[in-house]
Structure formats: C-alpha cells, structure tokens
Design a protein around this ligand. Structure first.
Ligand SMILES: [Zn+2]
Ligand SMILES: [Zn+2]
Length: 107
C-alpha cells in the first residue's frame, strides 16, 4: 500500500506529511539519524518509518521507539517491515508499505 495513505497513530484523521525528513538524535555517546514521515500537525511528535514503525521523537532527545515486536509488521526477505495505519472503507487498518497485506486494527 502506498505510504501517502498513512495517518498519524495519534491523530487518526490526519495524514502524515508526504515527504520524509531526516531527524538527528543525540545522547551523550551516540548520534543517529533516521528518515521518517512526520505527522502534519507541527505540534505532534509522532513519526512513522517502514523500518521503525510509529515512534515518538523530540528535538534534543533520544527517540522512543517503543517495543518493536509489538508493532504490526510484515516480513520481506526475513526483515520486518512495520505497517502503517490507514482508513480502509471508513475504518482504521494496518497496511504494509511494501505489499498489499492489511490487518484489522484492534486496540
Ligand atoms: Zn499526529
Ligand atoms: Zn508486506
């Protein structure tokens, strides 16, 4: 499924921005960069990327990637691809950005 259907997992009616941004995180010892799609709400700190799933990040802080094994995922070449949320026939569903697999959304 195309990523431009993805919504924020907190603002379920807001699409993510269509363009990836590069976020730089630092803690005392490491510096890391992630490419991810931000929420359209400038005050929202949620991001999505196919290799991280949804996560929270704030400038100057190390991101909170949550528990990866608990995030809905699809496997491609034995690597997990994290699914995004979209509206399908009016209800929320998880969708894989790499194929057509979808999963029902449950809390
Ligand atoms: Zn949001
Ligand atoms: Zn897939």
């Amino acid at each position: 499924m195309q990523i431009n259907f993805a919504v924020c997992d907190i603002h379920e009616s807001l699409l993510l921005q269509g363009k990836k941004v590069t976020i730089t995180f630092r803690d005392r010892t490491t510096e890391e960069q992630e490419d991810a799609f931000p929420c359209q709400d400038p005050h929202c700190h949620r991001y999505y990327s196919p290799w991280r799933g949804y996560f929270r990040a704030e400038v100057g802080e190390f991101p909170d990637f949550g528990v990866p094994s608990k995030k809905p995922q699809c496997r491609h070449n034995s690597e997990p691809v994290y699914m995004f949320l979209m509206r399908k026939d009016g209800v929320l569903a998880w969708a894989c950005p790499e194929c057509t697999v979808t999963q029902r959304f449950t809390l």
